[in-house]
Design a binder for this molecule. Sequence first.
Ligand code: AGP
Length: 619
Amino acid sequence: MCGIVGYVGGRPALDVVVDGLARLEYRGYDSAGVAVLAGGRLATAKRAGKLVNLKEALAEEPPPAGTLGMGHTRWATHGPPNDRNAHPHTDCTGTVAVIHNGIIENFAALRAELEDAGHKLRSDTDTEAVAHLLEDELAAVDGNARDGLAEAMRRVCRRLEGAFTLVAVHAGDDDLVVGARRNSPLVVGVGDGENFLASDVAAFIEHTRDAIELGQDQVVELRSGGVTVTDFEGRPAEVTEYHVDWDVSAAEKGGYDYFMLKEIAEQPRAVADTLLGRIGADGRLHLDEMRITDRELREVDKIIIVACGTSYHAGLIAKYAIEHWAGLPCEVELASEFRYRDSILSPTTLVIAISQSGETMDALMAVRHAREQKAKLLGICNVNGSTLPRECDGVLYTHAGPEIAVASTKAFLTQLVAVYLIALYIAQVRGTKWGDEVFAMVQLLERMPEKVDKVLETMEPVRELARSLAGERCVLFLGRHVGFPVALEGALKLKELAYMHAEGFAAGELKHGPIALIEQGLPVVVVVPPRARDVLHDKIVSNIQEIRARGARTIVIAEEGDASVQPYADTLISVPAVPTLLQPLVTTVPLQVFACELATAKGHDVDQPRNLAKSVTVE
Ligand code: AGP
């Protein structure tokens, strides 16, 4: 996954592009580069490492001032992250420059063909082949023609296989940036006398909030005076313009040291925003935006949830809610495994794909597999204009705002709200819960932002605990019922941020093996269900006793006033009392804070953990 910015208009292009790249660095940060066109000359600069390295190079050797440019911050797929492999890549003549996000699966054959034809390719990347293909196609379509670059791009795209967002410029036209997309994001920022291209809106919303989402297999011609979109065959394409309601500060750090800290703090707002506009004055839920009719929902006889990572954990929690409220069988599948099974799907199967970015290739491929099996598709996504919503029959957007930190936090809580809403809505539509029962639960949901706020206010002891454990090599997490996916999520956060071994278990599984891991002083976090679930609650208290007797350092998360766990908790973290199914909204937050603080204590960059990207747009 990479960050891409393109610009044409009246401003100094270099400033617009580099500022835009800074807002997209979370999409990939192992190298960066820019191209600026001025006086008929295409100047490029690129450096391995983070954007700061490129900025230093540009300060040492500023390119000529131009009002057309593009830039790229990379997450390497083909070729190690070094200066040579950084984008942009140019053709033999140095008059065409290209930047790319994705993987061109047939690049090896194309590269061989180009080299046989005498082209000199200098990098190890798949992208460079595109620059030389454009060079050949421009010659074939009279590259000086006003739309030569766009036509050349269309012809090249028809030859490419795989996932790609491409942006190209030609030294012969200082008022044209051409973009193309297949299976990878690209949005247009529509300005006044200027236009922008970017991987996501954060790159240009300080200049314009009017955007166009580009669809599959489309080519866009960006000129200062306007935008033209066609398909790969050159036919004019329908475009959807929308207004971006994120302001610049929403994509900045807002005074926090890390985006992750800001995003953890934004969770009450995000939960509240995700409820907004979906609860009628009559107390009934209104989710017609899902574009799946009530009749279709009544015909559903099975639900399958597909997702990855943290989103998968949201799916695991959704299962409990759907089965309890909607009375439907619900399976939860890792998206990367789903399409390799012989899953049983039919037109009455509802497949729900959960993805913050809407660009996770594993999730997209699972959706396409389900589509082939004629299932009904519903997306839960946080990014308007991303691919997932366009490939589903309906979508319920989470309104978490931009989630920049690689580790997902507020998006996760809003995914839980979304799955609760969907489960309750299905219950309302199918009549498995009376209207007043749905309304009662919705009222409790509406109070969750304040509950999450209350948790955030009491996190200082959790931070102190985290710092005290910075030298530990391993932490285990236990939970039962919806607390089990929370334990998995807590372990994932610690793995991806602190690079520590961490593992989540169903507490009932302890005696089937994991209890052998318990040794003196080993930190074990236990998520305790509300006392209202007495059987579950009593069993997990026994589990805490078992591990404590074997020397574990018990860190217990339990609802306020739960005195029964006190004698067995070396550290007790109290959270507000909420209904069992909603408890993940409050028990997850201490685990987010714990992992973030421990990683910070270890000196890690929690926004951009090693080896990880915010959205994994390759399989
Ligand atoms: C979560 O903290 C991770 N960054 C990762 O597991 C993420 O949840 C996963 O890659 C799925 O991403 P998506 O929600 O954008 O599809």
